[in-house]
Design a protein around this ligand. Structure first.
Ligand code: ADE
Length: 260
């Protein structure tokens, strides 16, 4: 079936190829650490990337898979994680070029909408991503701004692991303006993050399949201040995310794309 422009599946892959290398794109060190431990990955201080970038790479073999976890790293001046779309797209571009992975997984935390069924601690598999803060009210450029893309379809993974599935909307702010809210609603999103659609854009450019796993740290349409709720739940949600990601990686191990 032909998809409308701006809503393309992110890649055209040889479905019968087995998956041997997985690249994780993770914005926050806290989100990555339990996975680095679980997969017994080693920090690499090699020169894959230009000198001075804060990006962190952890790699190793887990079961039959070569796994690389890439983090955007700490901002050089402020010492905080380099969250948001700019860092995520640069890191995705550079690491795909350097590592040529079979599959990208963008894992992290997100806000969730209780009106769409999200609860704190849920881990979602994302079906579709789009932006909510790129408003360009000019014909066709409006669609470019929204940048809607589908994740690689994984019906067996979804069924076997009984994962919740929802759409993700991405913007560069943790808070939500009324305009953001209207566009998130238009995107039919259950989840709101700060990287997903940017990772999807680069994956689409470079023709690498991508899936997204997002743990809900805060309820966007609830009555608690987002940043407080986010910080309160971060540790527990990161643990739940790591558990779900491990199950997903165990499922992917030894499979072809068509078996996902
Ligand atoms: N990550 C975790 N919670 C978020 C939210 N409410 N908005 C954007 N990114 C998030």
């Amino acid at each position: 079936m032909a998809l409308p422009p701006g809503d393309q599946t992110t890649s055209k892959v040889n479905e019968e190829r087995s998956i041997s290398s997985v690249l994780f794109i993770i914005a926050m060190q806290k989100e990555a650490s339990p996975l680095v431990d679980k997969f017994q990955l080693a920090e690499q201080s090699d020169s894959l990337f230009p000198e001075g970038v804060p990006w962190m790479r952890y790699s190793g073999k887990y079961k039959d898979l070569n796994i690389n976890i890439l983090c955007t790293g700490k901002d050089k001046t402020l010492g905080v994680d380099s969250v948001g779309t700019v860092s995520a797209s640069l890191l995705t571009y550079a690491s795909v070029q350097a590592l040529q992975p079979d599959l990208i997984i963008n894992a992290g935390t997100a806000g969730g909408f209780k009106a769409k069924g999200a609860s704190i601690g849920d881990v979602y598999l994302v079906s579709n991503v789009a932006f909510h803060d790129r408003r360009i009210p000019v014909p066709v450029l409006d669609l470019y701004g929204v940048g809607s893309r589908q994740a690689f379809p994984t019906p067996n993974l979804e069924r076997e692991l009984k994962l919740k599935v929802g759409k993700l909307s991405t913007g560069d702010s943790l808070d939500m303006t009324p305009q953001d809210a209207a566009l998130i609603l238009a995107n039919s999103a259950t989840l709101k993050d700060m990287e997903g659609a940017a990772v999807a854009y680069v994956a689409d450019l470079l023709k690498v399949p991508v899936i997204f796993l997002k743990g809900v740290t805060d309820i966007v349409d609830g009555n608690k201040p987002t940043s407080e709720e986010y910080l309160q739940n971060l540790a527990a949600v990161v643990a739940a995310l790591a558990k779900a990601v491990t199950k997903v990686v165990d499922f992917i191990n030894g499979k072809t794309f068509s078996e996902l």
